[in-house]
Design a protein around this ligand. Structure first.
Ligand code: SF4
Length: 491
């Protein structure tokens, strides 16, 4: 049990997330007083900086301070100081020096891109990350490389462009670590056609309100979009074309995902409907782990559908892997990487395991030993080496809450094979309209560099019942904004 006490500020999220880096997988509670049992973390903000104190069973064991670098401090500076003061206490107490220092947010490159926009030099930013945020030299180098790659991709985006995300919340079975909106098909197959009816209505609603219907990227994700049968998949993809002009679109991705749902016919349907990027996600190429994490496919199926996809003419295929899966060693990961290397995909997304609240993994947490920080670091290095051998470079990166070892997810690709959508969703420089249960529309206002979110409800039954409300929510969200791509038709 870890308690935290805030004094002179309300930055609970910052205090909790930096505490989690050093004391992961605990329960965290806000308190008004130092507790006599367990750990109490005290964070105070003064006019000149932040102070941190760490108590164990009511006894003060560490103290730390951090002065503001600017006065008056911006909100970002207040957050930095609060985390730095506490981190000082935690490092002395635990001896642990996190590679990401005090960066706990999910998008380190977003911050770097903002500094680059302000005219700061890359070397200046790199030095700042290391000195003031405590980021290690290797993570600083990764962040800078990714931020520069992202900038080149973001430069392709015009103010009137937007992306379209379509969520398909069905999967063959539920994976151990899954926290997404996902319904097993064996129980929910009868819901699919009705769900597609509503998706079409959302697409029509969007299309009728957009002055021009040219979407820059389309991303069909989930769940597992290829859980749909051939007829349903064709219906969905044709509906996208009916409502949106994709002639100038930069990419049309379907995250096929689970190999056990991909067939020659579905690949054909995707090809005929202009899909030019797909993802086939093994996560691991070790049979024992696949069984353990509840994925009902075999390694041989990954290879078979990959070959089928190449035969069907797909020249941009991504593969997702997860490092730190239960009971996997560095040797297991190396085996996966060798197998993937032999297939030679065009991009590779390397995730590190996150223990999410809504997952079965969280419930069964005590049954598994989590991968240690040093082992995860080794796994990440092996992945980076494999990507390099495949001629790939990192081009997007994000972090999640509750990642084992507080690491990162990195997208690598061969030149020209990047997913523009992946960068846009991370960097939040473009409006992304999202349809389907559990999806989030992000409305971007370029002049304020601000994003407003409009949520669709998560549950499929709720989405059905409250469908009219989802449209009203979108309408209300847009009316609160005056976006460049929104013309008279909106008002
Ligand atoms: S395939 Fe993805 S969305 Fe489906 S259950 Fe597994 S993790 Fe969840």
């Amino acid at each position: 049990m870890v308690y935290y006490r805030l004094m002179g500020h309300g930055l609970a999220n910052e205090v909790q997330t930096i505490t989690q880096v050093y004391y992961p997988n605990e329960h965290y509670y806000q308190t008004e007083e130092v507790r006599q049992e367990g750990i109490t973390v005290e964070s105070r903000l003064t006019e000149t900086g932040a102070e941190g104190r760490l108590f164990v069973d009511g006894t003060l064991v560490q103290e730390g301070t951090c002065a503001f670098l600017e006065v008056p401090p911006s909100l970002r500076e207040q957050k930095r100081a609060v985390k730095a003061a506490l981190s000082c206490c935690f490092q002395h107490q635990t001896g642990y020096v996190p590679l990401w220092g005090i960066i706990t947010g999910i998008r380190p490159t977003k911050m770097v891109n903002e500094w680059l926009d302000e005219g700061k030099l890359p070397e200046e930013i790199a030095a700042f990350l290391q000195q003031e945020y405590g980021v290690s030299p290797q993570k600083t180098a990764l962040t800078m490389e990714v931020a520069q790659a992202e900038r080149a991709i973001l430069a392709k985006s015009r103010p009137e462009d937007y992306s379209l995300y379509i969520g398909i919340p069905f999967c063959p079975t539920r994976c151990l670590y899954c926290s997404f909106t996902s319904y097993p098909l064996n129980r929910y197959a009868k819901w699919v056609d009705g769900y597609l009816d509503h998706l079409e209505e959302e697409l029509a609603f969007l299309s009728a309100r957009l002055v021009h219907q040219k979407s820059m990227t389309v991303y069909v994700g989930g769940g597992t979009p290829t859980s749909l049968n051939e007829r349903q998949l064709e219906r969905l993809l044709q509906a996208v074309h009916r409502y949106f002009d994709l002639q100038e679109a930069l990419e049309f991705t379907v995250e096929a995902g689970r190999p056990d749902t991909i067939t020659k016919e579905k690949l054909q349907v995707m090809k005929e409907n202009g899909v030019d990027r797909i993802s086939i996600n093994p996560q691991t190429m070790n049979e024992k782990t696949l069984a353990l994490i509840g994925r009902s496919h075999q390694v041989s199926q990954v290879k078979e559908v990959f070959a089928l996809a190449r035969e069907a003419g797909f020249t941009n295929i991504n593969m997702d892997l997860i490092l730190g899966l239960p009971q996997e060693t560095v040797a297991d990961v190396c085996h996966t990487l060798q197998e993937v290397e032999s297939l030679a995909p065009d991009s590779l997304t390397i995730h590190t395991l996150a223990v999410k609240r809504a997952s079965r993994l969280k419930e069964q947490f005590d049954q598994y030993d989590l991968t240690s920080v040093s082992v995860m670091e080794e796994m990440l290095e092996e992945s980076s080496r494999t990507a390099k051998r495949l001629g790939m470079a990192p081009y997007y990166m994000y972090r999640q809450k509750n990642m084992v070892g507080n690491f990162e997810n990195v997208g690598y690709c061969r030149p020209g094979k990047e997913s523009v959508y992946n960068v846009e969703i991370m960097e939040e420089r473009q409006t992304i309209f999202a349809v389907g249960a559990g999806t989030t529309t992000k409305l971007y206002e370029a002049d304020k560099n601000r994003v407003s979110r409009v949520f669709n409800v998560k549950g499929i039954e709720e989405y059905h019942q409250r469908f009219a409300e989802m449209l009203c929510r979108k309408e209300a969200g847009w009316k609160g904004l005056s976006l460049p791509m929104i013309g008279e038709k909106w008002r």
